[in-house]
Ligand binder design. Structure first.
Ligand code: SF4
Ligand code: SF4
Length: 276
């Protein structure tokens, strides 16, 4: 049956999908887990490649260049759940992408989708770390889906380039910092200014040797309506619907505008005056 499931995923441009017994998964959110309303037995885990190209002139993380990947997942899940419902009429499924009740990176590594990098990301053989992880938790027993017998988590070779290149050296990750609401401290503003990135940070991905051979995604969604270099003017010109379709929308317009304002200001003017 995994063969049929793999074929189903490949129809959506997803080549890396596999399953693990739920007993191999680590629950990180018990409340969310209880709310699925059935006894989980298997997790189908898959990797969605999103990289369509590298840009010379970019000031946001590569994952945020296209429209919000949650839109892609929402469409994908409606189709998948419909089709899986036909394959397993008695099965129940719960779908997640990045808001999962389980540790999805470890589940993906156990499912053989890649290794865990020292940068904390899943590194897939073909697409490197430029993948989103999704999973379908189901009460269909593993014997109907799982074919693997080895659930070892493998690690990257540990070359150390990611940790060497990280401007924060173990301090607050810039990715989280650009999402922070409220008042930024002077040093936080300076960190964002120095990074040149208004949303996220890709440094530890880009310096990874695996990224040099990363294949581009064939999924059309990720090449539609790209915006790699944001400005305050671009954000201000978006209507609410357009803005809400972007990955940086969930923290509100003020947050991304504040970050852009920091980037657009001369160094000497990055003062402790911006709040959200
Ligand atoms: S995303 Fe950037 S700031 Fe965060 S760990 Fe990686 S290199 Fe460091
Ligand atoms: S840069 Fe080196 S240590 Fe870091 S994730 Fe890539 S292979 Fe692993």
């Amino acid at each position: 049956m995994l063969h049929e499931i793999s074929e189903l995923f490949s129809e959506f441009g997803i080549e890396y999908a596999d399953a693990v017994p739920f007993s191999e998964c680590t629950v990180i959110n018990r409340g969310k887990m209880r709310r699925i309303g059935f006894e989980p037995q298997t997790a189908i885990v898959f990797a969605v490649p999103y990289l369509r190209r590298f840009y010379d002139d970019i000031n946001i993380s590569l994952y945020a260049v296209s429209e919000d990947y949650h839109i892609f997942f929402s469409r994908l899940f409606s189709e998948l759940l419909l089709r899986l419902g036909k394959m397993f009429p008695d099965g129940r499924f719960a779908a997640f992408a990045d808001n999962s009740p389980i540790d999805e990176r470890t589940a993906a590594a156990k499912a053989g989708l890649g290794v865990i990098g020292e940068n904390g990301l899943l590194i897939n053989d073909k697409y490197a770390s430029f993948v989103f992880i999704g999973e379908l938790i189901t009460d269909v027993p593993p014997r109907f889906i799982v074919t693997r017998g080895d659930f070892t988590v493998y690690r990257c070779e540990g070359c150390g380039r990611c940790t060497e290149a990280c401007p924060q050296k173990g301090g607050q990750c810039l990715s989280a910092l650009t999402q922070k609401k409220g008042e930024l401290t002077q040093s936080e503003k300076e960190m964002i200014k120095a990074s040149g990135c208004a949303w996220g940070c890709d440094i530890c991905q880009l310096v990874c040797p695996h990224s040099t051979t990363a294949a581009m995604s064939e999924i059309a969604f990720f090449s539609e309506k790209p915006i790699a270099r944001l400005t305050r003017d671009i954000i201000s010109a978006m209507n609410d619907d357009e803005f809400m379709r972007r990955a940086y929308a969930w923290r509100g317009k003020k947050t991304i505008l504040r970050n852009l304002e920091l980037l657009e200001l001369p160094e000497s003017e990055v003062k402790d005056t911006f709040t959200v």
